[in-house]
Design a protein around this ligand. Structure first.
Ligand code: GLN
Length: 265
């Protein structure tokens, strides 16, 4: 008899909790993703480019990994907010921020003056820069001067694509635009194009980790820094938190730990 009573009490409790649960869910859905207010425990949607190791990639279990993923998760934890990661082609990320589909973007995204017209960037978190990449046995191409009549592959919406456009007339090459980095690597390694333009740390990692028939040629074409982006003028509180979190991770050594997980010096 005692057991039965306990069971009834339990059942009532479960019903009560279930009812509370429903209410809670409703409330938190309203709060999430709005990107406004910057209150404790808010959920922000973060755009990532999962074809971009060592910054972002999907492991064989379907988990998102990489420097950017670990950084944004650590910043969120440090600053008391939640993130939902949203993988997409790099070229779609800034438009998605503008359309309000994303609150944040972390995608090996270089800080540029053009982008600063549309987005606000965090403090820089990684030094990169562009380089030319050719097939291993290509001995014809060393510098931009060698690109006359050649085909250059770039990725849509990137600083590499912009660099190619800006220099196409002067050096007389054709441009092929693709949507992701692995497709670019493929295009040059199978001989459909002569060179590609990619961020130095990304191609250096790809060559070291996988059996690509590619090599880095010449000097770096420029230097730039990666930043975390939010829509311009809309998210000052969130940006403050991102910067505060980033600084704390740098001070505590966690930032270096994250880097060392993926890149060995
Ligand atoms: N850093 C480059 C840019 O910002 C490329 C980024 C990427 O391909 N994910 O355009």
């Amino acid at each position: 008899m005692k057991g039965f009573k306990q069971l009834l009490t339990m059942a009532a409790l479960v019903l009560f909790l279930a009812a509370c649960g429903t209410n809670d869910e409703g409330a938190s859905e309203e709060e999430s993703g709005s990107g406004e207010g910057g209150g404790e425990g808010q959920t922000y949607t973060v755009g990532i480019d999962t074809t971009y190791p060592p910054f972002e990639f999907e492991d064989s279990n379907g988990n998102y990994k990489g420097i950017d993923v670990d950084l944004i998760n650590a910043i969120a934890e440090n600053q008391g907010f939640e993130v939902t990661l949203e993988p997409m082609d790099f070229g779609g990320i800034i438009p998605a921020l503008q359309a309000g589909q994303l609150d944040v973007a972390i995608a090996g995204m270089s800080i540029t003056d053009e982008r600063k017209e549309i987005v606000d960037f965090s403090e820089p978190y990684f030094e990169a820069g562009l380089t030319l990449v050719a097939q291993n046995d290509n001995n014809e191409i060393e510098t931009l001067e060698d690109l006359d009549g050649k085909t250059v592959v770039v990725k849509s919406g990137t600083t590499g694509a912009q660099f190619a456009q800006d220099n196409q007339e002067e050096y007389g090459f054709e441009i092929t635009v693709l949507e992701d980095s692995p497709s670019m690597f493929q295009e040059v390694s199978n001989g459909n194009a002569d060179v590609l333009i990619e961020d130095y740390p990304v191609i250096a990692y790809a060559i070291a980790e996988s059996n690509l028939d590619l090599k880095i040629v010449g000097d770096r074409l420029n230097g730039d820094n990666y930043g975390i982006a939010v829509l311009k003028g809309e998210n000052a509180d969130l940006l403050d938190k991102i910067n505060a979190g980033l600084q704390e991770l740098k001070d505590s050594g966690e930032y270096d730990e994250i880097l060392n997980t993926y890149i060995s010096e």
